[in-house]
Design a protein around this ligand. Structure first.
Ligand code: NDP
Ligand code: ZN
Length: 183
């Protein structure tokens, strides 16, 4: 029976492989894996969350949506791989925070607002950490060429999503509010 630490390290390794050739959108094009690791830090170190399924889902939260390049595989196969290696609960959290890339961007943004109330509690925690990490990035290492208006729009949308799931974890929500206040 693998230990929690063992499963977490396997998830970190899996995410590193999947995001190997991806970069963030900041000027320096930072390694993408920095972002899932930021979520892990926010959830565990800053908010004190110990639920291993939540921590693993944070590491894997962008692997279905964003993977490309030599590791790209059919989404259904990737789901099966996550289920097999990390279990149904982790898969349900990752799926709940995965956007439908078939929808136009504006509809995807609205879908997050509409769906957030109905996702599992653990997935809500991952979602709040994701928005917190992205607001910190926009404040400190913003995507190249984003206008102040675009940053403001993103901050407002992130708050709209988080407001839907408030009451999930006071400490985590306080971290989001702090990041939102940086604007
Ligand atoms: P995107 O969804 O294209 O980009 C934001 C996402 O990029 C984040 O959610 C994050 O996702 C990822 N990301 C990668 N690097 C960074 C970084 N350094 N900092 C923060 N996030 C990063 O942008 P928008 O949210 O603006 O979505 C597009 C919407 O904006 C559309 O509705 C479109 O109509 C509108 N738009 C507005 C413009 C304007 O000037 N106002 C111009 C163009 C479009 P993840 O966590 O998944 O990595
Ligand atoms: Zn993310």
């Amino acid at each position: 029976m693998p230990t929690d630490t063992n499963k977490l390290v396997r998830a970190l390794h899996y995410a590193t492989e999947q995001h190997r050739n991806q970069r963030r959108k900041d000027e320096a094009a930072s390694p993408y894996i920095n972002h899932p690791i930021s979520l892990l830090h926010i959830l565990n170190v800053e908010a004190g969350i110990e639920d291993n399924n939540v921590l693993i889902a944070a590491l894997l939260h962008d692997v279905i949506e964003d993977c490309s390049g030599p590791h790209q595989m059919h989404i259904q196969l990737r789901r099966e791989e996550i289920r097999e290696q990390f279990g149904d609960t982790v898969l349900s959290f990752v799926e709940a925070v995965t956007d439908d890339k078939g929808l136009p961007k504006a509809e995807r943004k609205q879908a997050q607002v509409d769906h957030a109330a109905h996702i599992p509690h653990g997935a809500k925690l991952v979602k709040i950490a994701d928005k917190t990490a992205n607001l910190r990035d926009i404040a400190n290492y913003p995507p190249a060429n984003w206008s102040p208006e675009r940053k403001t729009e993103y901050f407002a949308w992130a708050k709209q999503v988080v407001d839907v799931v408030r009451g999930s974890h006071a400490g985590l929500e306080a971290l989001f509010d702090q990041a939102h206040g940086q604007q």
